[in-house]
Design a protein around this ligand. Structure first.
Ligand SMILES: [Zn+2]
Ligand SMILES: [Zn+2]
Length: 420
């Protein structure tokens, strides 16, 4: 069983005195108090590196923390270990006869699953196990009517990339507590193509990594081909044959790898009835990779499309179909483009790797993969401003939980109001 120290809970009686010590004397930063109504406690987190201290204050006599303080006085209350799979961890402990407080996990704060090991088993310490919600992405196929269009968020399963690479020059001290990493420093993400249904047909925007990778690569990126695009299309009542157009934001494997599939030893178009719409200059870059971008441009994802005559190349920013407009962002790759979807006076935007997750709302939080980060920054700054001011519905292609939402800003802080 692999476990990480998530936090150490400290039961506090005199909050001002505790703050005077931890905040003022030690000089640590104390986060705003969180009310955990179900437990009758108020919690204040103090980040220390990758883990934290948690000051616990009882808000009622019924609180376990109140009983703890009455019996033993303030002090160390519990140690929380973070595990990847809490069900597996509990099964492991049960099989070894460990005394548990919780036989099965229950809902903790912020969507986490938690379970306690009895202190008698852990040599006098109450041990909490927790599985953060982002250990498993939320992969649901959901639709909404958008003017005359129907928008459906699909998925090609979960995947993971190095956390440092995803946040570029931003230190882990700033993103690490919000976005947990696994034992290989990877963060959990998803691949979420967008399906647009209109009177002119069905268009899939990006299509995920597909299932051509070998075992080693699947392991590196934590891909799960058993829960990929095929499953999502079935959930939407569709199949690969139902797709009329496949539009690429760019040709990185996690965006357009599913464009081809291996059938009887040869690579063929995944969507047999589709036109593949690709920016010509992106194709040029992708088919002439260099040492820096070679690992992201896998030739077998797109080159096999060409002999089938299914690609429509274009250049410049234009309206591809009524309601579907592309705009080159550059930055991530020189020809990376975003897609605007407009109907009935509303605008949705699919910014692809310019805003890959809801943790990337700050202008300067640009990924380390970006070849021209200052171009990404300039483009993103304007895009996010517009998205907030004009209420664009924003799709987050790589977010593990939120497929789409509105970016809001309050007191200078940005957050997402989830819609899908
Ligand atoms: Zn990319
Ligand atoms: Zn990507």
């Amino acid at each position: 069983m692999k476990a990480f120290l998530d936090h150490v809970g400290i039961a506090v009686q005199d909050v001002p005195a505790a703050l005077a010590f931890y905040r003022d004397t030690l000089g640590l930063e104390v986060e705003e108090a969180e009310e955990v109504a179900s437990q009758h406690v108020r919690a204040r987190f103090i980040p220390v590196g990758d883990s934290a201290l948690e000051l616990l204050e009882a808000t009622s006599e019924q609180s376990a923390v109140a009983r703890f303080v009455a019996k033993r006085g303030p002090g160390l209350h519990h140690v929380t270990l973070r595990v990847e799979d809490i069900h597996a961890a509990l099964a492991h402990l049960k099989a070894r006869g460990v005394r548990l407080v919780d036989d099965s996990p229950r809902q903790g704060a912020e969507g986490a699953l938690v379970a306690f090991i009895h202190p008698s088993a852990a040599h006098g310490v109450l041990v909490e196990l927790t599985q953060r919600p982002s250990s498993r992405p939320t992969l649901e196929v959901k639709s909404l009517a958008f003017g005359d269009l129907q928008l459906t968020t699909l998925h090609d399963g979960p995947f993971r990339l190095d956390g440092g690479a995803m946040f570029g020059v931003v230190p882990k001290a700033l993103w690490g507590r919000k976005v947990p990493t696994d034992d290989r420093n990877r963060i959990q993400m998803a691949m979420r193509p967008l399906l647009v249904e209109a009177d002119w047909g069905r268009m899939i925007i990006d299509c995920g990594a597909g299932d051509k990778m070998d075992r080693k690569s699947r392991d590196i990126y934590a891909l799960d081909p058993d829960h990929g695009l095929g499953e999502a299309l079935t959930a939407a009542g569709l199949s690969a044959e139902s797709i009329d157009f496949a539009l690429a934001t760019h040709l990185h494997f996690d965006h357009f790898g599913a464009a081809t599939v291996r059938r009887d030893g040869t690579l063929v178009p995944r969507f047999p009835n589709a036109r593949y719409i690709i920016r010509g200059a992106e194709w040029e870059d992708a088919t002439h990779p260099n040492e820096r971008n070679r690992a992201s441009y896998l030739q077998e994802d797109f080159v096999p499309l060409q002999p089938f005559g299914v690609i429509d190349f274009f250049d410049g920013d234009l309206t591809i179909k009524p309601g579907i407009r592309v705009e080159r962002s550059g930055g991530h790759t020189p020809q990376h483009q975003i897609v605007y979807v407009q109907s009935g006076g509303r605008t949705a935007v699919f910014p692809s790797d310019i805003i890959p997750t809801t943790a990337h709302l700050q202008d300067a939080w640009v990924t380390g993969y970006d070849l021209f980060p200052l171009d990404s920054l300039a483009f993103k700054k304007r895009l996010i401003r517009d998205a907030i001011d004009r209420e664009y519905l924003v799709f987050f292609e790589h977010d593990p939980h939120v497929a789409a939402g509105y970016i809001r800003e309050r007191d200078g802080k940005r957050f997402v109001e989830a819609v899908l």
